[in-house]
Write a protein that binds this ligand. Sequence first.
Ligand code: HEM
Ligand code: HEM
Length: 195
Amino acid sequence: MHSTQQQTNSQTSARYDLTTIALHWMTAALVIVQFATARIWPLFEGDELETDLFNVHLTLGILLSLVIVGRLIWWLLFGEKQPVRLPAMQRLAANSVHGLLYALVVGQVGIGYLIGWGLGQPINIAGIPAVPALIVVSGENGHILEGLHGDVAWILMAVAGLHAVAALIHHYIIRDHVLLSMLGWRNIDERRIDA
Ligand code: HEM
Ligand code: HEM
């Protein structure tokens, strides 16, 4: 194919579909809010705000579980995959980090449900019981899960931070379309597509 034609084609398709983009940013926002609520509520021990933040954590936790399942189904069936071509090593690194992020979010949501159920009450939406307990893990095993949930939270923030820095390096240093492809830009300037 003529190179100008090829570049035009690549540029006009060089973004994720809007559903993938919406689900990505919802996931990112929810993961960050989940981390923040859980880190802030201990500061208000014994206060009503502690309970409120805990309930926000459970409510948004349920939302996150729906978003991540929706996202995986969308990715499997319809989602645009890797609209920007990258050198093999960069693509391998990106795919590994993305796979790890999916695994961490799914794992963390699963552990969250197990802890919530182990506390002996249905997981609530705004204080109203919403998801009844399917499996109850309590006692010492419940404590182990709580510790794991706290540790995975830090690991998830670290990997997501690395991933965000990589996206910024792509944008400002390598100057390709990777970040723009996840922001929804379709017609982009003279930046290179095939890095
Ligand atoms: C907790 C936060 C985040 C999570 C869990 C997350 C997760 C993911 C995952 C799983 C993918 C793979 C997309 C797919 O093919 O389905 C992805 C792609 C992407 N993310 Fe994130 N992300 C987060 C935050 C961010 C932030 C803050 C930025 C920007 C600064 C960002 C920029 C991107 C970009 C540009 C891509 C496309 C990469 C490519 O095409 O190779 N993400 N993200
Ligand atoms: C990626 C998403 C999530 C993150 C980053 C996150 C983070 C955290 C953190 C940092 C804590 C405090 C742990 C500690 O005491 O050190 C916590 C506690 C908790 N989380 Fe999550 N969480 C997430 C998702 C969920 C979900 C989906 C649920 C349930 C639907 C959930 C339920 C709980 C419960 C019940 C606790 C209280 C544990 C206790 O009694 O100490 N979390 N979460």
